[in-house]
Design a protein around this ligand. Structure first.
Ligand code: ZN
Length: 350
């Protein structure tokens, strides 16, 4: 069994983005309730961690942006973007969310745990250098990846984003560098509008952003096929020393914001592929960060299935596709995938 660290804190429940907002504290409360069970308390590590400092946040964000979010502290309500609002403790929660990812990559890089999952909110992958948007205040995963590069000796990070939405903020944070390979699957065209197949990076970063824009309706097998056929060969050529994941559960079949059709079994399958790739390429170093997910049951079950895969306990049901078996089970139509493949082929042998 592996040592899997899970990052939770009650402060994350105190960020209130507004009455009946889909990005609700209940999204985490249902998961935390499960994790309180003795079997999970015994199975996972629950490390302590502290808030990211302004200096750490400013490796990704402008001082003006950090100051703008900080200015919301203690205020009953502030609106930073049409769908991004804050409550008195949002700034502290957002700093702590980024701090969870920082502590997580520190532990993984030092071997203090094998892998981990930051179960935090507000989410992060839409947050730009100078702008909060899409329910996100600070870009948690980008801040963590930058910390791993700048302070922990990481040289190449594979950053996989399976959230329903394109992680515009993460892409833009690393668009001109080859030290982070950003790979995103997302519904398209859709919020936030970025993530076209022709967005491949610039300068030294050219070829180190891979976007897989997808129509809705794709199921477990489709996602597993994309991970096996495109992500896995690219990862083997890139040879990362750390894999990080923006894990969004809004690709769940019952999510109110999206129209993908991934099941709990599919989430376990994606986690299994990534766990195996991490074992093969970087001594198992893998760190996941929660992004979206708005069907409470789907997100809760998905997170627990992913944790079971990370820790080596296994999801408990056969996971078709995670072991390449499904490839012989007939063709799956994935509109647009050939175009993605043709563009990625200019940079990678796939
Ligand atoms: Zn999302």
């Amino acid at each position: 069994m592996k040592k899997t660290a899970v990052f939770i804190n009650k402060l994350f429940l105190d960020h209130q983005p507004g009455f009946q907002h889909v990005e609700s504290p209940e999204r985490l409360a249902v998961i935390y309730e499960q994790l309180a069970r003795p079997e999970f308390q015994a199975r996972y590590l629950f490390p302590k961690f502290s808030a990211a400092t302004p200096e750490m946040l400013q490796r990704i964000h402008t001082p003006a942006h950090v100051a703008r979010v900080a200015a919301t502290a203690g205020r009953p309500f502030a609106s930073l973007d049409p769908d991004t609002q804050t409550s008195p403790q949002s700034y502290e929660a957002a700093r702590l969310a980024a701090g969870a990812v920082i502590k997580g990559v520190e532990m993984v890089m030092a071997g203090a745990c094998d892998n981990g999952f930051a179960l935090v909110r507000p989410p992060g992958h839409h947050a730009e250098a100078d702008r909060a948007m899409g329910f996100c205040l600070f870009n948690n995963i980008a801040v963590g990846a930058r910390h791993a590069l700048d302070a922990l000796g990481a040289t190449r990070i594979l950053l996989v984003d399976w959230d329903l939405h394109h992680g515009n903020g993460t892409q833009h944070s690393f668009y001109d560098t080859d030290r982070v390979l950003y790979f995103s699957t997302h519904q398209y065209p859709y919020y936030p509008g970025t993530g076209g197949v022709d967005e491949v990076g610039v300068g030294r970063g050219k070829g180190f952003t891979i976007n897989v824009p997808l129509r809705g309706g794709l199921n477990d097998r489709a996602y597993l096929r994309i991970f096996n056929e495109i992500l896995a060969p690219v990862a083997r050529q890139y040879r990362p020393d750390l894999i990080m994941v923006s894990a969004g559960f809004d690709i769940f079949v019952g999510d109110p914001l999206g129209s993908m059709a991934v099941t709990t079994q599919g989430f376990a399958g994606l986690a299994r592929i990534l766990t195996k790739l991490a074992e093969e390429l970087c001594d198992g170093r893998l760190f996941m960060v929660l992004e979206g997910g708005y069907n409470l049951e789907g997100q809760k079950d998905g997170v627990l299935a992913v944790l079971a895969e990370l820790s080596g306990h296994g999801y408990g049901l056969p996971v078709n596709g995670a072991d390449n078996k499904f490839l012989s089970q007939g063709e799956i139509q994935i509109p647009g995938l050939n175009q993605t493949r043709d563009i990625a082929k200019k940079y990678w042998n796939i």
